[in-house]
Design a protein around this ligand. Structure first.
Ligand code: MCN
Ligand code: MOS
Length: 762
């Protein structure tokens, strides 16, 4: 059954877990009532702008600031000359070099577009104008501009990503059928609607930061460490975010610069990272290359997979975009070998972008499977079902739940796959070539401890309080639903407060781990609060429920009742009044009992306690199968995606409406990745050539067809307390290969480098 069919709009139960409640904060956002980080009306603001390097590598020899300092309104100029006195903060995992100075405006330039100076003035216009007057002298050094630069070399092997079992090379050598192909993806960018930036203010040694964040606690820790102040002194506020997609999980160099400037000036500072600067201030998805060799029997049984991948990283930090991340778990194969290399180039360090690793990895293996199917003369769906992985061959563990077969079958049924003709160029309407393709996707279930507070007020309102983040994916809404469900009240009676590092600790809104993690904590706290209320209601001398002989109470329809109607029933405010309570507050977390204060701190502010998909008895992942139809203009080579059907196994869905939106959002990004998105590097100077949404193309409404999404998941209680698996990222994974395979089916041309632009087809 599809989720579309399970429920009509507006059910009374929409507010419960599993209901189709609309976005809790939606109205605030669309009416402009939601305040974003750069909109806080802080008194006495000064405005900072960043100045970025125009060379890819070398030294800042000097910066003459005299004209800038003399310009109207200028308050402060920061250059590599200034020792900001900061200390390097820990990495995500909590590892920290000892007392290493941190220079967010370095003298050594490591990539084109690196921040090397900042100008602060009374107004933003004055700061922009004054920044133009800086006289910067560089000593340029040789650079490596990209993976394609002949001087880039082989890069470094990442041993951790060396995965092998059986004897892949030997099995490949004797396999009756073999294919080999190389696939490449360009640099890709998040292009969130809300650009980065922050407003920052000091009150003595207390620091308040308004900054879009996927992780309020982790980012607050960075500020505390940079400035050597207690963690408690930092408050990072981020209740609304205009999209993050992986780009807003860390406080970055410009954050440190703004906070330093505010302290130095003794007044609050706002720093807006411009849209072009968003392309160089933090990393997008790294460019990748991968070669895949598949060996199979004549009837399509996989014998071996040999995978060799590479991705760009910066010259100062390692970020592997793991091209083998999905290769090892999609299919049953007895002989496997995957290796990944990272190639340092003069770029900002790449970062996480929706479905990191899994995304380019699925692109490679899913295109390769299509190539194998074609070589075997076999239907690509049949080839996938034939090599269905009955367990995780990499970890050796059973799947917790894996309904990829159901996704393939139900997706194929809804798409009408059986009507596909095998031959490329065989389905057409006039000069329009039609093609159908499949791509599978997966994303691991990641779990992290979280904490939540529930407060029941005398008015009967229920408050859910957590430092967790909602960047648009639905955290507010599903937390409200969880509390509404536990207390049997309408969601309109629930208030949710999020996005503040002073509030209870939470998993990052990343790795598709937040919903499962935070719901566990909220459910635990709410259940504890309910139990406490029951205890009070049954024991308090003033409670009308005391002498009913009941040993428990039920919560539903806004009332607290004796089971089976054998006694009175009260609303929450009536019960609170009878108990003489204005407030009942309970805080719970999902750390093991007896965890120390240090372990609490570590759990919320680092990734140290995060659990991967195979740390328990099972191998746990979300799964999907995408079916794409493309229409290609035979003369012009233009590709339109005309239809998509995608079936998912993400376990239990807390809110199918929001899940469908997450899946569609991922699929839309996947369509962009397949056909439009291409970060281009100027080979002369390592500069990103496209630096705005006019040059870096993302899909618009008219690029997007109807997208039918289907849920085939079942609750998976190994994956999370309430049975859901991750939803936020899996949608993008497997879309690009489905489209690439459809383009092959339409045209007979195999384009192995994304995006598939028209010049590659004519
Ligand atoms: N959900 C559900 N049932 C489940 C799991 C999730 O109903 N079993 C729904 C909930 O509405 C939940 C949402 O899906 O709020 C996402 O949950 P989850 O998969 O746990 O992902 P996170 O909350 O950790 O969100 C992060 C994830 C990531 S990593 C990226 S990247 C991404 C994404 O979410 N960036 C987004 N979705 C995004 N959506 C928006 N609007 N903006 C972004 O920047
Ligand atoms: Mo998502 S790329 O893990 O924020």
């Amino acid at each position: 059954m599809t989720i579309m069919e399970t429920r009509k709009h507006g059910d009374a139960s929409d507010g419960m877990i599993g209901g189709r409640q609309t976005r809790f904060e939606g109205q605030l956002k669309v009416t402009g009532a939601a305040t974003y980080a750069l909109e806080y009306p802080v008194e006495g603001l000064a405005h900072a702008v960043l100045v970025q390097s125009t060379i890819p590598a070398g030294q800042v020899v000097s910066i003459d600031t005299s004209k800038t300092l003399a310009a109207p309104g200028v308050l402060l100029v920061l250059t590599p000359e200034d020792d900001l006195g900061l200390i390097t903060a820990s990495d995500w995992h909590g590892n920290r070099p000892e007392n290493q100075p941190y220079h967010p405006l370095p003298r050594e330039v490591r990539f084109n577009g690196e921040s090397i100076a900042a100008v602060v003035a009374e107004t933003r216009e004055q700061a922009v104008e004054a920044a133009r007057l800086l006289d910067i002298v560089y000593a340029e050094a040789p650079s490596v501009v990209s993976l394609d630069d002949p001087s880039a070399g082989e890069g470094k092997a990442v041993d951790m990503l060396n995965v092998a079992w059986g004897d892949a090379e030997a099995a490949l050598a004797t396999a009756p059928v073999m294919i080999e192909a190389e696939y490449s993806t360009p640099r890709e960018y998040h292009v969130a609607m809300e650009p980065h930036g922050l407003t920052v203010k000091w009150d003595g040694d207390q620091l308040t930061v308004w900054e879009p964040s996927q992780w309020s606690h982790g980012m607050a820790r960075s500020y505390a460490e940079w400035f050597a102040i207690p963690y408690e002194n930092v408050r990072l506020i981020s209740p609304f975010i205009g999209g993050g997609f992986g780009s807003k999980g860390a406080a970055l160099a410009y954050s440190a610069v703004a906070a330093f400037a505010a302290r130095k000036l003794g007044r609050p500072v706002k720093l807006a990272v411009t849209r072009p600067q968003n392309f160089t201030s933090y990393g997008g998805r790294a460019a990748t290359r991968q070669t895949i060799r598949l060996g199979a029997t004549e009837d399509g049984v996989l014998q071996a997979i040999v995978h060799r991948g590479a991705s760009e990283t910066s010259i100062y930090a390692d970020w592997p975009e793991q091209t083998g991340a999905a290769t090892s778990i999609l299919y049953k194969v007895e002989n496997f070998s995957s290796q990944h290399r990272i190639v340092p180039v003069n770029t900002v360090t790449p970062g996480a972008l929706r479905g990191p690793g899994k995304n380019p990895s699925a692109y490679g293996i899913e295109c390769a499977m299509d190539e194998l199917a074609w070589k075997l003369g076999m239907d690509p769906l049949e080839l996938r079902l034939k090599n269905y992985a009955d367990r995780d061959y990499q970890s050796g563990k059973p799947w917790s739940t894996r309904r990829l077969r159901e996704a393939l079958m139900e997706g194929a049924e809804a798409f009408g796959w059986s009507k596909r003709s095998h031959q490329p160029r065989s389905m057409r309407e006039g000069r329009t070539l039609i093609g159908w393709g499949i791509g599978c996707g997966t994303f691991p279930v990641i779990q992290a401890p979280s904490e939540a507070m529930i407060r029941i007020l005398g008015s009967g309102r229920v408050e859910v309080v957590s430092g967790a983040i909602d960047m648009g994916q639905g955290t507010y809404t599903i937390l409200a639903q969880t509390a509404a469900d536990v207390f049997g009240v309408p969601v309109s009676q629930v208030d949710v407060t999020l996005g503040d590092s002073r509030l209870p600790g939470s998993a990052i809104a990343g790795g598709s781990m937040l919903a499962g993690s935070i719901l566990g904590a909220v459910h635990k706290a709410a259940t504890a609060a309910r139990d406490e209320l029951i205890g009070l209601a049954l024991s308090d001398g003033n409670s009308p429920l005391r002498d009913t002989g009941a040993n428990t109470l039920t919560f539903g329809d806004g009332r607290i009742s004796v089971p089976r109607g054998e006694g009175p029933s009260l609303t929450l405010p009536e019960l609170m009044a009878a108990l003489g309570r204005d407030e009942l507050e309970i805080r719970r977390n999902t750390l093991p009992d007896g965890a120390t204060a240090q372990e609490h701190y570590q759990a919320w502010t680092t990734m140290a306690k995060v659990q991967g998909p195979t740390m328990g008895d099972y191998s746990m992942h979300s799964w999907c199968a995408h079916f794409a139809e493309v229409r290609v203009d035979e003369d012009f080579g233009t590709v339109r995606v005309s239809r998509m059907v995608s079936a998912f196994d993400c376990g239990r869905l807390y809110n199918p409406r929001l899940v469908e939106s997450q899946w569609r959002g991922g699929i839309i990004m996947g369509i962009g990745q397949a056909l439009l998105e291409e970060g281009l590097v100027d080979q002369r100077n390592g500069r990103m050539m496209n630096s705005n949404v006019g040059d870096y193309l993302v899909p618009t409404n008219s690029d997007i067809p109807d997208i039918q999404v289907i849920s085939v998941g079942v609750p998976d209680f190994s994956a999370s307390a309430l049975g859901g698996k991750g939803v936020g990222e899996v949608g993008i994974v497997g879309v690009a290969p489905a489209i690439a395979n459809a383009v092959f089916h339409a045209t007979g041309k195999r384009v192995r480098d994304l995006p598939i632009t028209l010049e590659k087809l004519i």
